[in-house]
Ligand binder design. Structure first.
Ligand SMILES: [Zn+2]
Length: 167
């Protein structure tokens, strides 16, 4: 996932437009954005600017009680996420959450493009949250989180319930 994020940061994700520009002929694959099919699939659009994916980020930000703002690409997205007013463990969980969300967008996109696996906004959000939870559990052993409260509101969980043993 780290290398994936790095590729996203330097605009080297193998989107359809990226491959076509490098001379690859895509057979039996529509070249449009898999979410809206209105513009050629390129990273900035696929991950941040497509109306569908903006709806996704709106919900992910909302889950953290934060406000989504439209961004032009990864740089702005990263700045927006990094500047979120969170400290310590919460900041770390937030960054894990948005990283797994980016990764999930790509995995779901691949499923849609290569296996024609249908998906809904709910699936995309559910998979992002569960993937984040798995990662967090493997990183922070002492962090006791309930799956249900994590899915509902990640941020409030830490205000209402003192689940983190900070020692
Ligand atoms: Zn689109």
């Amino acid at each position: 996932m780290r290398s994936f994020l790095w590729m996203l940061a330097i605009d080297r994700i193998h989107t359809k437009e990226f491959l076509i520009k490098r001379g690859l002929k895509l057979q039996n694959i529509l070249i449009g954005c898999p979410w809206c099919e209105r513009v050629p699939e390129r990273a900035n659009h696929l991950f941040f600017k497509c109306k569908f994916i903006e709806g996704f980020w709106y919900k992910i930000f909302n889950w953290w009680e934060a406000e989504w703002e439209s961004v032009e690409g990864f740089d702005e997205f990263y700045t927006l996420c990094y500047n979120m007013k969170l400290v310590g463990i919460r900041k770390s969980l937030w960054l894990i959450s948005i990283s797994t969300a980016c990764w999930t967008v790509w995995l779901v996109r691949n499923g849609l493009v290569f296996e024609r696996k249908m998906m809904t906004m709910e699936t995309l959000i559910f998979q992002s949250k569960m993937r984040a939870l798995l990662w967090i559990r493997s990183v922070y052993d002492g962090l006791l989180m309930q799956e249900s409260s994590w899915r509902i509101c990640s941020n409030r969980m830490f205000k209402d319930q003192c689940m983190w043993d900070s020692k």
